[in-house]
Design a binder for this molecule. Sequence first.
Ligand SMILES: [Zn+2]
Length: 298
Amino acid sequence: MSAEAKPPGKLLFGTAGIPSFLKNVSTSQAIETIAQLGLDCFEIELVKSHWLNSQAAEEINRTAKKHGIKLSLHASYFINLNSPDKGKRLASMERLLSAVRWAEKCGAESVVFHCGYYGQSSPQEAFRQIKSALQEIVSIIKIENSPVILRPETMGRRSQFGTLEEILFLCREVEGLQPCLDFSHIHAREGKVNSYAEFQRLLLKVKKKLGPEILQHLHLHLAGVLYNEQGEIKHINLEESDFRFDEWIQALQDLNVGGTVICESPDQSYDALLLQKLYQGEWRAEEKRFFEAHFKPE
Ligand SMILES: [Zn+2]
């Protein structure tokens, strides 16, 4: 490394779940591959089903510690803290609490979750309902002495609770919450926030609302995204999307942002490496071809 080389980055890069080019492997084996690829973090996906058991959790914990891979966990998609049905609200709270307990067993530092849908309620009513559910959950987590941080995510569809403002306001109102900023969702929701200046403005807003330290440990999601007037349609790979990820990386770098970047593209390990190399200033043409030859699915 030359004397002018950048100091080691403060941003960690990793994948949402098992990289798609790996077939029939356990999460613990996937974490080994993440380490071999030179990535730094991994988000355990409990999104569609609850597949974890104690043995798997211990294995994940051990493997991640051995390789120095930082873990987070994404809670079930079947959470709606604003459901008009009280039973569904309680079941949602139970799912979120269960995710926190499993995260602790796995050694994951935070749990990312989707708050829910507006349904028939106004944004204000939805906010009140979600806030009160989260206050209860946080008080239980506190009693259990859990070190896990709860992170409500900014959402991509307009029917979903979770504009940037709503998430920041929640984090101000409920003690202990920190945001998961999904920039693809933020972009897809309004079709905006896709330039260096807008990324910077957004990050400075987060700093203003949640304090300067927040930029040192952000949890970020990124993927390419297809969208229409209703917002997000689906995730695609970064290079196939209109997302200006090079400007995004530059904005994070210039504001000295630290924390975790979790890549959620269909080919999530390729995109995580792409972002990591851009961040480290090492994405050369021959390296790009190497990764394309080895890690791009047919
Ligand atoms: Zn999510």
